[in-house]
Design a binder for this molecule. Structure first.
Ligand SMILES: *Cc1c(COP(=O)(O)O)cnc(C)c1O
Length: 430
């Protein structure tokens, strides 16, 4: 595999962009690789600037559930662009997408569009603080809710990958208002809410964690969170930036039958364009300006191109059987990978639900941040490089999710299974 062009571009980029990238994990440091510069992508295939092609299991970190350059999505963006790219005034498309979100996501009665998942979570906790008049936020170790100050405490994603527990630049005054607890630990939540409940505005959680690798909520955990928060007037926020429109059309809350007070969305609802959203009960959402006093705004919010891409994407997801088929294919693939691991005698845990999956190199089940940290990141790095050399593009970190999209063909998944077996054998030999 020749990557001379990517190497050259990475050097060039590093002169004008910090680390050569616009988001840290993309630099591929934890797997010891040069990032590939992508020229284009179609379906489940990425093409880099050196002319190599890869089956893509990153899917832009989640948004591309239909695969790349989906004809209907591209057509919708083209049509919207022809009519002007931003007006800073209401457009019909915003109503359409808002109605679709409200109809899809069980707990959402009103929704506000923003430009990223980070903006969605940041605005949601401001709203929670505004309506409760309380300061503290409870989150969970290894969850990632974007890069707003309040969340950069024992956070997942790039912070975990790069071993950054917190971040300089986040004032102590902010850190002290964030309580981070072990995922799946009901006792820790009960204790924290008993001690500080009167001061806690909200509990925010990824209902299925995707940013310390895929970690599932233990049976009953989300229901307990719902009960404990409701009892104490604490708002429950589901960060469904990954799981929304991913695990089911109505997200994790539909799948698990839990009704949070607020929901954060992003990734899939933008169809690959920059969008985020937060929504919930009307009585809470009505506290946002101009109806209420909690301020939040955006020059490009509800951008017509992004709305068009979101609407076109959601229309595809509404096709009967879409999730059943995608989830079945992904679950069978995860099952076959478990068999591969067994045959090769490698200590591997495969966590998965629907079309999300993470292969952890460790021998005990991964149920939270502590157990995820036991994974052998060195072995993952070798596996990553093995797979890349065979044309399989995985996330360049042990602590991320592999996404299956509707564009992955049976042949793509077979290739993943075959190459995984080859890589595992290679790793077992060493
Ligand atoms: C990606 C992600 C975010 C942040 O979204 P951005 O669009 O990257 O700002 C927030 N929460 C979760 C769960 C995410 O996976």
């Amino acid at each position: 595999m020749k990557i001379a062009q990517s190497e050259k571009m990475f050097e060039q980029a590093a002169k004008v962009i910090p680390g050569g990238v616009n988001s840290p994990v993309r630099a591929c440091r934890s797997v010891g690789c040069t990032p590939l510069f992508i020229e284009r992508a179609e379906g489940a295939t990425l093409y880099d600037v050196d002319g190599n092609s890869y089956v893509d299991f990153v899917c832009s970190w989640g948004p591309m559930i239909l695969g790349h350059s989906h004809p209907q999505v591209v057509a919708a963006i083209r049509a919207a662009a022809g009519g002007g790219t931003s007006f800073g005034a209401p457009t019909p498309a915003e109503i359409t997408l808002a109605e679709m979100v409200v109809e899809a996501v069980p707990s959402v009665e009103k929704v506000r569009f923003v430009n990223s998942g980070t903006e969605a979570t940041m605005s949601a906790i401001r709203l929670a603080r505004g309506v409760t008049g309380r300061k503290k936020v409870v989150k969970f170790d290894g969850c990632y809710h974007g890069h707003a100050d309040s969340f950069l405490i024992k956070a997942g994603s790039g912070l975990l990958t790069l071993g950054i527990p917190g971040s300089p630049g986040v004032p102590e005054d902010i850190v002290k208002n964030t309580i981070s607890l072990p995922y799946n630990d009901v006792n820790a939540v009960t204790q924290a809410l008993d001690d500080e409940g009167h001061d806690v505005a909200c509990v925010i959680i990824e209902p299925v964690a995707g940013n310390m690798g895929c970690v599932l909520p233990a049976p009953g955990f989300l229901a307990e969170l719902r009960r404990l928060t409701a009892e104490r007037g604490v708002l429950l926020i589901f960060d469904e930036v990954i799981t929304g429109f991913r695990l089911a059309y109505g997200g994790a809350q539909e799948l698990f039958g839990i009704s949070p007070d607020l929901t954060c969305l992003g990734k899939i609802i933008g169809g690959g364009l920059p969008v985020g959203a937060y929504g919930g009960k009307a009585e809470i959402m009505d506290s946002i300006a101009p109806d209420g006093p909690v301020y939040q705004a955006g020059t490009l919010s509800g951008n017509p191109l992004a709305m068009a891409a979101g609407i076109a994407t959601l229309r595809q997801l509404q096709q009967p059987g879409f999730y059943q088929e995608l989830n079945d294919r992904a679950t069978r693939c995860a099952e076959r990978l478990r068999e591969v691991a067994k045959r090769c005698g490698l200590p591997v845990q495969i966590n998965g639900i629907g079309s999300m999956m993470t292969l952890f190199f460790c021998s005990d089940p991964v149920t939270d941040f502590t157990s995820a940290m036991r994974a052998d990141t060195g072995l993952y790095a070798k596996h990553y490089r093995n797979m890349l050399s065979q044309g399989i593009y995985l996330a360049p970190s042990q602590f991320e999710v592999a996404f299956i999209s509707a564009a992955h063909t049976p042949h793509d998944l077979e290739k993943l299974e075959k190459m995984t077996e080859w890589s595992f054998k290679n790793l077992a030999d060493k």
